[in-house]
Design a protein around this ligand. Structure first.
Ligand code: XUL
Length: 523
């Protein structure tokens, strides 16, 4: 008997449903609806054009309309929607949706003869939702940080320093700009909890994975932090939902989906989480001490921890892990961006770039680069600046090796606070196809590296969480390693072992790298 579970991934640009069959370990449906392909909402790359610097909002109704569209697509494709046992989801993190007090009542009486967007269009107290790309709340970050005893105290209490894209500073800005509309807001949701509410037909709780991205949650207790709510906006506790474990069942699916799309009336709805916490599950990082590096537009180091450690430098984030315990994350903005810049500067293609890595030796004879071609998050660099150490700008091979080695050393150095010494690391993202880059990753981190082939780790993580929560609720729990087996396994044959001699070279080089970085940052 097949057991089907649905994960819905609401990212910045699209809503992507993924249906898995737990018994055959197969993905049976993998679809997508781009928000820009619903032109009446006027998005470009998922967001609204904005005249104000740093302001990035999206229309929440396009996310709602996309829910109907993906269920229509699944129905047309013959997905046996009546056999889906449970559904969960993933939302782009930090974005917030502002709803009138009547939201819950509107959810309770969703009319299956009208589209969701028509049912819900009058329920918003703010027409647009600020999302994670918004960086317009520096003043509010300072105010919240000060009220909580400084930036590092804020990080220790909430898992991250007060950051522009996080939800608390965004809520505060809304309250300051439009106190009346704030007062008329009965409910503030995250993208994840907003969509979970629609699926379940009632206001849904948040999970500690996404709740941690708000500067409002006590990271140790995984409950709201009263001082942070007070520092953010008045009467906020009455407007936020509860925080429930990531495996909690909200209830059965709303009758809207039963009547309109033929889901079974007892299909369970699980709480949703953020895309990064879902990816932890989708990549199979289910035990504490596991780590993955995603080599994408930006490079991200994700780790898992049993206990909560926060970053004493305030550069990294700690969120709840949906598999229990915590996840940590640092993001180097100049990832592929920097590799591509260097490749293009010397007129190389990727084969030529790999050739340059092969022609140079580990440690690069001490030649290094700080490839901050654009502003950098880790370490924080506001104005683009590129620094070279003993490196001739005309030496193409040495520059190619320098950028990859320096990025890997930065990832190791700036993730040390997590206290993770992984026995194996996973690599994902576009550049993980390059074995020469993965060899440097294995050597710098002194760990075997495996390539992961999972493409939509957030959507897969959501579907796997649906399976996990459903089985838990049914009284037939399945351990996490059994849940993810066959879905999230890295490619065994892709294993790259560290070379002990090269690893020794990098153990030395990383000290020089740290000094070089400190000097460039002005000590
Ligand atoms: C994480 C973050 C992004 C969004 C993207 O802090 O801002 O990764 O979650 O969807």
């Amino acid at each position: 008997m097949e057991r089907l579970f649905l994960g819905l991934d609401s990212s910045t640009q699209s809503l992507s449903p993924l249906v898995i069959d737990l018994d055959t370990r197969r993905i049976v449906y993998d679809g997508s609806q781009a928000f820009d392909d619903i032109p009446e909402y006027g998005t470009r790359n998922g967001v609204l054009p904005s005249g104000e610097p740093g302001v990035v909002h999206a229309p929440p109704l396009v996310w709602v309309e996309a829910v109907d569209r993906v269920f229509e697509k699944m129905k047309d494709a013959g997905v046996p929607l009546n056999r889906i046992l449970a559904v969960s989801g993933s939302g782009q993190q930090h974005g917030s949706v502002y709803l009138k007090p009547g939201f819950n009542a509107a959810l309770d009486r969703l009319d299956p003869d009208r589209r969701l967007a028509e049912n819900l269009e009058d329920t918003f107290s703010r027409a647009t939702a600020p999302i994670w790309q918004d960086s317009s709340t520096s003043a509010e970050c300072r105010e919240i940080g000060e009220a909580l005893g400084g930036m590092l105290a804020t990080a220790a209490a909430t898992g991250s320093i007060a950051i522009e894209r996080f939800t608390g500073p965004q809520i505060r800005k809304f309250f300051k700009q439009d106190p009346q509309a704030y007062e008329q807001t009965g409910h503030v949701a995250l993208v994840s909890s907003f969509l979970a509410s629609i699926l379940a037909g009632r206001v849904a709780d948040m999970d500690p994975g996404d709740g941690a991205g708000m500067n409002l949650m006590d990271i140790g207790r995984k409950t709201w932090l009263p001082e942070a709510l007070e520092a953010t906006a008045p009467s906020l506790s009455g407007k936020l939902p509860g925080i429930s474990p990531s495996w909690s069942v909200i209830g059965n699916v709303s009758s809207y989906f039963v009547d309109r799309y033929g889901l079974a009336a007892d299909t369970k709805c699980l709480v949703w989480s953020g895309d990064n916490p879902n990816s932890v599950v989708g990549l199979g990082l289910i035990q504490p001490g596991m780590a993955a590096i995603s080599l994408g537009t930006s490079d991200t180091f994700i780790g898992t921890m049993a206990d909560c450690h926060t970053d004493p430098r305030g550069e990294g984030h700690v969120f709840g892990s949906p598999a229990g315990g915590y996840m940590s994350l640092i993001c180097l903005t100049n990832g592929s961006l920097a590799r591509e810049k260097v490749k293009d500067q010397y007129g190389l293609d990727w084969n030529g770039f790999s050739g340059a890595l092969a022609d140079t030796r580990p440690g690069n004879e001490g030649r290094m680069i700080l490839p901050w071609f654009g502003p950098e998050t880790v370490p924080k660099v506001l104005e683009p600046e590129v620094h070279r150490k003993d490196l001739d700008p005309a030496d193409a091979p040495a520059n190619c090796r320098a950028v990859v080695e320096s990025q890997m050393m930065a990832l190791r150095l700036h993730s040390e606070w997590m206290g993770i010494r992984p026995e194996r690391m996973y690599a994902t993202g576009g550049a993980s196809a390059n074995t020469a880059i993965l060899q440097i990753m294995a050597d710098v981190h002194r760990s075997p590296v495996y390539r992961s082939e999972v493409t939509n780790s957030a959507g897969l993580g959501a579907a796997l969480r649906a399976a996990h929560g459903y089985l838990e609720d049914a009284g037939t729990p399945m351990p996490w390693d059994e849940i993810v087996r066959g879905f999230a396994d890295p490619i065994e044959a892709s294993r790259i072992d560290p070379d002990p001699a090269s690893a020794d070279v990098y153990d030395e080089a990383i000290r020089t790298y740290a000094e070089f970085e400190q000097d460039a940052l002005g000590g």
